[in-house]
Design a protein around this ligand. Structure first.
Ligand code: IMP
Length: 193
């Protein structure tokens, strides 16, 4: 079965392909000649994941899944959440996003936060949602060089390192996206069309 992952991030694509049974062939947006920018106009992660998956299924006719991720900070009542990529404005910039968040949390004691990933799968006319959450805290300054986005200032519960100090295999086992993708992979592995 061919299944589109609505992404052009080939690392993400390869990682998921390696977790799937060989009967499922993952295609990127480029593979199906989709070069359209789908604006993330919804106000929830699930909404944006649905928007992207539905765009591909409706326009190109493929089974497809799409993801969206946000960082939810307790004391900011869940912000930046769905707006995590654009927290410090557009064009998006991870360094500016981190500096804005560190400034907002300056001297705050409660630094609890969580990453959340929503995945929407359109398969044979049916829609299924998956979610992964990783709880942790926002550090008072950046630690580590690996990863991307908010990784240098996020430390998951039970670990002494930030995401940016972890090897990607270590992060993927406990991360929001890793958990959501594992749920998707389990569903697809058991799926009988
Ligand atoms: P996206 O939905 O994967 O594009 O993620 C939205 C934004 O959340 C990104 O621009 C990043 O800033 C942030 N983000 C998503 N996943 C991670 C992660 O695993 N670590 C750090 N930041 C992330």
């Amino acid at each position: 079965m061919k299944l589109v992952f609505a992404t052009n991030n080939l690392n993400k694509l390869k990682e998921v392909q390696e977790m799937l049974p060989s009967s499922i062939e993952l295609l990127s947006l480029e593979d199906i000649n989709c070069f359209d920018e789908v604006a993330e106009t919804e106000t929830t992660l699930q909404g944006n994941a649905k928007l992207k998956a539905n765009y591909i299924t409706d326009k190109f006719g493929y089974n497809c899944f799409a993801d969206d991720t946000g960082l939810e900070v307790d004391i900011l009542e869940g912000k930046p959440g769905v707006y995590s990529a654009r927290y410090a404005g557009v064009p998006t910039n991870s360094e500016n996003n981190m500096q804005k968040l560190l400034a907002e949390l300056n001297d705050k004691e409660n630094r609890k936060a969580q990453f959340r990933t929503a995945i929407c799968l359109n398969l044979d006319g049916k829609q299924t949602l998956f979610e992964g959450v990783c709880k942790g805290e926002i550090l008072s300054k950046k630690q580590g060089e690996k990863g991307f986005g908010y990784d240098p200032i996020f430390k998951p519960v039970g670990f002494s390192n930030s995401f940016a100090q972890m090897k990607s295999e270590e992060k993927n086992k406990i991360s929001h996206r890793g958990i959501a993708i594992q749920k998707l992979v389990d569903f697809l592995t058991d799926y009988k069309s």
